[in-house]
Ligand binder design. Structure first.
Ligand code: AMP
Ligand code: GLY
Length: 405
């Protein structure tokens, strides 16, 4: 059974929650492409928006387009930009786009030999998608060798580690740029700075993102100008010359170094948690922008952003990004949501026995807007202080200090 619920208030939330418990209702997994296409067709869906990277890499856009369905996101060929770090490196090298110098390996013996001579620290990356875990910064030779073995021999990330990249470790501060791209045209949306490490002071392991501030506090008009001329334009030129039409959201992850901007990676979809900081600042309607991105006319659509700042703090389960427990009851959501300029996004939650419980590593993203970063921070943390579940963990220093670069 496919059930459509009209309306978007608390009443409908309760109806959907109740209906979803029926064994006849089922949601479709993001990687079941044929089933998704059938659903969109049967339900005459006007626009499908693809959130995660895997279905893009698997060619969901090609499939939908072949079926005559309107879909927002790059096709399989264009999504290689994120799905193959080697493809991205080769394109950047051909177009002289600034990025860390790298070597590619398809033999583990050669990669292991290189571990003996490479300058440290070195960054080791699985070529393919690895749920954000395929990047290791190795500070000594033993950890470099271990990363190579785990990716190439033990295949910790499956086929994604058949080939790897070893590249120079860059220093600086990171910035996530979001732009809509339609072939050769593009429109900048907004920037955000993600906080990737698990603990305060940028310590602990890398995560999917523990919080973000938008606009990025390390970005300015001069950097944007450099970004457009040295990264965006040559990239789109390189892609279209190859006959690759990228249509969708392009999110380059940049390192701002003393020597200028460097591309760390290209993502082909909205960032998480960047989106939770960027979209609450967006004044324009997103829907016509997405349609123009897929069908053309992107140049003519207005894009307006609130000049205020957004701070987003991720609340995670204890143990994330490692092993964590789920099923913990979340208290205080209603009180938190009532605070001014606060928006709570659910990431890993579900309803169970009339309660909201945790169901993932990153559980909630709490965003607040403010006239200044300190005001936005204060509001976000005021909301967080009302929310509690067993083992809940969040960083207290999101957007606290602008990075030095
Ligand atoms: P990526 O998936 O390539 O963005 O890598 C994930 C994270 O690893 C980045 O957001 C950076 O924090 C870090 N990283 C990737 N490449 C480098 C590099 N060349 N130097 C320093 N850190 C890096
Ligand atoms: N927050 C980083 C990402 O979405 O890849």
């Amino acid at each position: 059974m496919k059930v459509l619920v009209i309306g978007s208030g608390g009443r409908e939330h309760a109806l959907v929650w109740k209906l979803a418990q029926s064994p006849e209702a089922d949601s479709i997994r993001a990687n079941d492409l044929p089933k998704l296409a059938r659903f969109a067709k049967e339900n005459r869906i006007d626009l499908t928006i693809v959130g995660p990277d895997d279905p893009l890499a698997a060619g969901i856009v090609d499939l939908f387009e072949a079926e005559g369905l309107r879909v927002f996101g790059p096709n399989k060929k264009a999504a290689q930009l994120e799905a193959s770090k080697i493809f991205a490196k080769e394109l950047m090298s051909a177009k002289k786009i600034p990025t860390a110098p790298a070597r590619t390996f398809s033999s583990s013996a050669e990669a292991l030999n290189y571990c003996d001579e490479v300058a440290l620290p070195v960054v080791i990356k699985a070529d393919g998608l690895a749920l954000g875990k395929g990047v290791v910064v190795a500070h000594d030779r033993a950890s470099a060798r271990q990363a190579v073995c785990s990716m190439m021999e033990e295949r910790a990330f499956g086929e994604a580690g058949r080939r790897i990249i070893m590249e120079e470790c860059l220093r600086g501060s990171e910035c996530s740029v979001h732009a809509l791209v339609s072939g050769k045209s593009f429109r900048m949306l907004a920037t955000a700075r993600d906080h990737k490490r698990a603990r305060d002071g940028d310590e602990g392991p890398n995560t999917g993102g523990m919080g973000a501030v938008s606009p990025a506090d390390n970005w300015n008009a001069e950097r944007e100008g450099n970004f457009i001329s040295s990264i965006m334009q040559p990239l789109l030129d390189g892609l279209t010359r190859n006959g690759t039409m990228f249509r969708g959201l392009l999110f380059p992850g940049l390192m701002i170094t003393d020597a200028g901007l460097r591309v760390l990676e290209f993502n082909c979809r909205f960032g998480d948690p960047e989106t939770q900081a960027i979209l609450p600042r967006m004044k324009s309607d997103l829907l016509p922008l997405m349609i123009a991105t897929t069908e053309g006319g992107l140049e003519n659509v207005a894009i307006e952003f609130d000049s205020r700042f957004a701070v987003t703090v991720t609340i995670a389960s204890s143990g994330y990004p490692g092993k964590y427990e789920t099923g913990k009851t979340i208290e205080g959501l209603e009180n938190a949501a009532r605070l001014p300029e606060v928006q709570i996004f659910h990431a890993g939650t579900k309803r169970q026995d009339g309660k909201t419980v945790t169901s993932g590593g990153r559980v909630l993203a709490v965003t607040a807007l403010g006239d200044s970063v300190p005001q936005a921070r204060e509001r976000a943390y005021a909301a967080i202080n009302k929310i509690h579940f067993e083992g809940c963990h969040f960083r207290r220093d999101i957007a606290l200090r602008p990075p030095h670069a």
